[in-house]
Write a protein that binds this ligand. Structure first.
Ligand code: SF4
Length: 355
C-alpha cells in the first residue's frame, strides 16, 4: 500500500484519511499535535497513541521532509537553507532575524514562469511547482535546525516562484501554518507576495493573509519592460485589485519596489508611484537592487534611494528602505541555487560564509 505524505494534509483531510483507514478521527488530532506542536516525527515517541495504532502509523504515513543540502549562516544572522527534491531540483528558504520578529521567507516553486528581467529566479524558468509538503516542509526543517530560542514569528511567500501560480499548494500550506491546533501562526503574520496575477488576488483576500505586490515600476511602459505579466494585467487592473483587497480586509497592501539604476529610480518615478497608489491604503518598501552577475541591472547610489524615499514620505506614504541582509551567503532570491553545484556544502554551516 502506498504511504501518504503526512505534510500534504490539512487537519480535516488527515481526519478523513485516518477514518478511511478504519481509525477514530481523534487520532488525527493526536498525530497533528505531536508533529506540529511538539515537532516529534517518530511515531514510537508519540506516547499517548494506542500501542497498536502507534505501530501502524509508519505503514500509513511517510513523514519525510525536503532534503536540506546547504545551510548557511551570515555574519548578520540571516540563515539560508537550500533544499533539493527530485535529485537536482533546488529551492531556497531564508530566515531573516530582526529585533521584533523572525521572518521565514519560503519558496512556492522551483524556478518561475513570470520572467521578471531583474530576477535571478526568473531566468531559471519554471521547473516544478512545490507540493504542500515541500512548502510546509521548509518551515519544519528550518525549525528543526535553528536554535530553540529563535521563534519564527512571520512567514512570507517571497522566495522562488509566483505563489498565485501554485495556489493549489500554497492555499493548504497557509491553512497548515495558521491552524491553531498545530503551528498556530496568525493569518496577519503570513504574507503572500505576487508579481500581479490579478484574477487570483482574491484568493489572498479570502485566505485572510496579507498581500504584498512586487510593483517595481511607476508606469506601464517600464513595468512592461521588466515584468512581462504587466502586459496581461496592466497597472490600472492591478491597483483596482489592490484597492478591493484593502477594502475587504481593512489591511494595508505592501508595495515592494526594487530600485534599478537608471530604470525606475528618478524623482519623477517617485512622483508617479505616489499618483499610482494614492487610493490604496499601503506601505512601500524600497529595495535597492542586489546585484548579481549577468543581470544587466545595477544598484542605484544611496543618495538616489534616499531622495526617492523622501519624496514618498513627504507625500504621506509610509516608506521604508530594505536593508540588504545576508550578502555573504547569497541571500537574494535564487542566487544560492545558481551557486549550488550538487554537492553539500557542509563546511558552510560551520564557517557561516560561502567563499
Ligand atoms: S520576481 Fe518573483 S514573480 Fe518575478 S520572476 Fe522572480 S520569483 Fe518570479
Amino acid at each position: 500500500m502506498e504511504k501518504h505524505l503526512f505534510f500534504n494534509y490539512t487537519h480535516d483531510q488527515l481526519a478523513d484519511l485516518i477514518k478511511s483507514h478504519g481509525k477514530e478521527k481523534f487520532r488525527a488530532h493526536q498525530l497533528f499535535k505531536w508533529v506540529y506542536e511538539k515537532k516529534e516525527l517518530n511515531p514510537e515517541n508519540m506516547t499517548n497513541l494506542a500501542k497498536n495504532f502507534r505501530q501502524e502509523v509508519p505503514s500509513i504515513f511517510d513523514f519525510s521532509l525536503p532534503r536540506v543540502v546547504s545551510h548557511l549562516v551570515s555574519q548578520d544572522g540571516t540563515q539560508k537553507f537550500l533544499f533539493e527534491v527530485d535529485k537536482g531540483l533546488t529551492f531556497e528558504a531564508v530566515l531573516i532575524p530582526a529585533s521584533d520578529r523572525n521572518t521565514l521567507c519560503v519558496s512556492s516553486e522551483v524556478g518561475c514562469n513570470m520572467a521578471c528581467s531583474f530576477c535571478f529566479t526568473g531566468k531559471q524558468k519554471l521547473k516544478r511547482r512545490l507540493s504542500v509538503a515541500e512548502i510546509v516542509g521548509q518551515y519544519m526543517q528550518v525549525v528543526g535546525r535553528i536554535s530553540s530560542d529563535i521563534r519564527i514569528s512571520n512567514i512570507v511567500f517571497m522566495g522562488m516562484g509566483e505563489p498565485l501560480d501554485n495556489w493549489q499548494s500554497v492555499g493548504p500550506a497557509i491553512e497548515l501554518l495558521h491552524d491553531s491546533r498545530g503551528i498556530n501562526l496568525s493569518r496577519k503574520k503570513i504574507t503572500v507576495s505576487t508579481s500581479g496575477l490579478v484574477p487570483e488576488i482574491p484568493l489572498i483576500t479570502e485566505a485572510g493573509v496579507r498581500l504584498a505586490v512586487s510593483l517595481n515600476a511607476s508606469n506601464d511602459e517600464v513595468r512592461n519592460q521588466i515584468m512581462p505579466i504587466n502586459k496581461k494585467y496592466p497597472l490600472h487592473m492591478l491597483m483596482q485589485a489592490c484597492r478591493e483587497h484593502a477594502r475587504a480586509t481593512r489591511d494595508r497592501v505592501t508595495f515592494e519596489y526594487v530600485m534599478l539604476k537608471d530604470v525606475n529610480d528618478e524623482p519623477k518615478n517617485a512622483l508617479e508611484v505616489c499618483e499610482l497608489v494614492k487610493d490604496v491604503p499601503c506601505k512601500i518598501n524600497l529595495i535597492p537592487f542586489n546585484e548579481h552577475p549577468d543581470s544587466g541591472f545595477h544598484r542605484p547610489e544611496s543618495k538616489k534611494v534616499y531622495r526617492f524615499q523622501e519624496i514618498l514620505l513627504n507625500r504621506g506614504f509610509h516608506t521604508t528602505i530594505r536593508r540588504t541582509m545576508g550578502r555573504d551567503i547569497y541571500a537574494a532570491c535564487g542566487q544560492l541555487t545558481s551557486k549550488y553545484d550538487g554537492r553539500p556544502h557542509a563546511q558552510e554551516v560551520a564557517t557561516g560564509v560561502l567563499g
